[in-house]
Design a protein around this ligand. Structure first.
Ligand code: SF4
Length: 376
C-alpha cells in the first residue's frame, strides 16, 4: 500500500496544556470496532466504568458529560494516556488531528484545521501543499471499499491537474471556480455514464467558449454560492441556545454575521459580499493567498473521497462551500477587528470555523442539501 502524508507532517506539535481549546470537548467521539471490542473484554470495575460511558446506539460513541469526554481529567489529560493504556483510546482520539483514509491500495493522512496547532501551521506555510510517500506506521479511521484502480488513477491525475490550474497563474478564486465548475461538471457527466476514458476530451480552461452548457455567464464573484442560500443554512439550522454555551466563539461570529449581512437587501447582498472581500484583499494582500491556500488544502483533503461517491463535482462544490463560509466569517472578524489582526487571531478564526462547521454533523447534512438544491 502507498501511504501519503502532508509535507508539514513532522512540524506538527500538540500544544498540550497550552492549547486554547481541547479536542475532547464538544464533539461526537466515535468508537471504532476494535476499541469497542477491547471495552467489552475489559474486566472488573474499570471495564464497568468504561462501558457505562459508551453509547451503543449507532454511531457507537463516548457519551459526553457536560459536553466533555468523561475520560478527560481535571488536568485536561486523557485518563487512558495517564494510565498508560493509550490502546483504550478510540482511533479517532489516538490519531487526531491526523485523519487517515484508506483507498484500497492507497492511503492518505490529512491534518484537521480544527486543531489550533494545525491552524497555526497552515498560517505559517501558506501555499500549495504536497503529499509525500511515507513508510511510517499509520492508523486509519476510515476505509473505502472500492477496487476500481482505473478510477483511483484518474482521480490522482485529475487532482494534480486541478492544483496546477489553481496555482499556475495569478488568477483569483472568483475566476478559477467557474472554470473548474464547467470542467468538473462535464467530467462528472462522463463518469456517471461510465465513460471514464472520455474525460480526456474535457478541457480545463478560462476560455468560456469551451465551458459548454455549464458556462457561468455572470462576472467573476466570490459569491459563487448565493449568500441567500448560505444565510438560510447558517441561521436556520444552528441551534442558537446550546451554541452560545458550547461554542461561544463561533456563536459570536454568527451573531456578527447576522448583524452585518442582515442589514443588506437580498438582491444586493452578493455584490456587497464580493465588494467587501475585494476591499479586504486590497488592504491585506496576504488574504488572497490565504483563501487560495485554504481552498487548495480542502480540495486535497476531500477530492480523493470521490473514490467512494463517484462524483468529482460534489467534492469540488463542498470545497467551494467550505471556502466561502471561511471567507464570510473571516471577513466578519476583519470588519470587527480591523486590518492589523495578528496571525494568532486569524488562526483562531480558522479553527473556530472548522470546529463549528466541519465537526457539526447536522450542519454538514444541511450543506449537502444546499449543494444539491443549487448545483446538482
Ligand atoms: S486540539 Fe490539537 S493542539 Fe489542542 S490538545 Fe488537541 S491535538 Fe493538541
Amino acid at each position: 500500500m502507498n501511504a501519503y502524508i502532508p509535507d508539514i507532517y513532522e512540524q506538527f506539535h500538540c500544544l498540550a496544556d497550552k492549547c486554547p481549546t481541547i479536542c475532547c470537548k464538544g464533539w461526537v467521539l466515535p468508537v471504532d470496532e476494535d476499541t469497542l471490542k477491547l471495552y467489552e473484554e475489559l474486566p472488573g470495575i474499570e471495564g464497568r466504568h468504561v462501558r457505562f460511558h459508551i453509547q451503543k446506539k449507532e454511531p457507537v460513541s463516548i457519551r459526553r458529560q457536560f459536553g466533555r469526554c468523561p475520560f478527560l481529567n481535571c488536568d485536561k489529560m486523557c485518563q487512558f494516556q495517564v494510565n498508560g493504556t493509550p490502546e483504550l483510546m478510540p482511533v479517532v482520539c489516538r490519531t487526531y488531528p491526523r485523519e487517515g483514509v484508506r483507498y484500497d491500495k492507497e492511503a492518505r493522512v490529512v491534518f484537521s484545521l480544527s486543531c489550533p496547532a494545525v491552524a497555526n501551521l497552515f498560517m505559517e506555510h501558506l501555499g500549495r501543499r504536497e503529499y509525500v510517500k511515507t513508510d511510517r506506521p499509520l492508523e486509519f479511521f476510515w476505509s473505502i471499499d472500492n477496487e476500481d484502480d482505473a478510477f483511483m488513477a484518474f482521480l490522482k491525475r485529475d487532482e494534480e491537474k486541478l492544483l496546477d490550474f489553481l496555482w499556475q497563474e495569478d488568477k483569483d478564486l472568483s475566476e478559477i471556480w467557474p472554470a473548474m465548475y464547467a470542467y468538473l461538471y462535464q467530467e462528472n457527466d462522463r463518469i456517471i455514464r461510465d465513460q471514464l476514458e472520455r474525460t480526456d476530451e474535457v478541457e480545463l480552461t478560462f476560455d468560456k467558449e469551451k465551458h459548454g452548457e455549464y458556462v457561468l455567464l455572470r462576472d467573476p464573484t466570490y459569491s459563487f454560492l448565493k449568500i441567500k442560500t448560505i444565510d438560510h443554512m447558517v441561521l436556520d439550522h444552528i441551534t442558537y441556545s446550546s451554541l452560545s454555551v458550547k461554542e461561544p466563539k463561533f456563536f459570536h461570529l454568527i451573531r456578527r454575521y447576522a448583524d452585518i449581512f442582515g442589514r443588506q437587501y437580498l438582491d444586493k447582498v452578493d455584490d456587497y459580499f464580493d465588494t467587501q472581500m475585494r476591499q479586504m484583499m486590497e488592504e491585506c494582500p496576504e488574504a488572497k493567498l490565504k483563501f487560495k491556500s485554504y481552498f487548495s488544502w480542502t480540495l486535497q483533503e476531500i477530492f480523493p473521497l470521490s473514490f467512494e461517491y463517484y462524483s468529482v463535482l460534489r467534492q469540488f462544490l463542498f470545497a467551494v462551500l467550505y471556502t466561502q463560509l471561511y471567507m464570510i466569517f473571516d471577513l466578519v472578524d476583519y470588519m470587527e477587528k480591523g486590518k492589523n489582526r495578528s496571525m494568532d487571531r486569524q488562526a483562531e478564526v480558522l479553527y473556530t470555523i472548522e470546529q463549528g462547521i466541519r465537526h457539526n454533523p447536522r450542519l454538514n447534512q444541511n450543506l449537502m442539501n444546499v449543494i444539491r438544491d443549487e448545483f446538482l
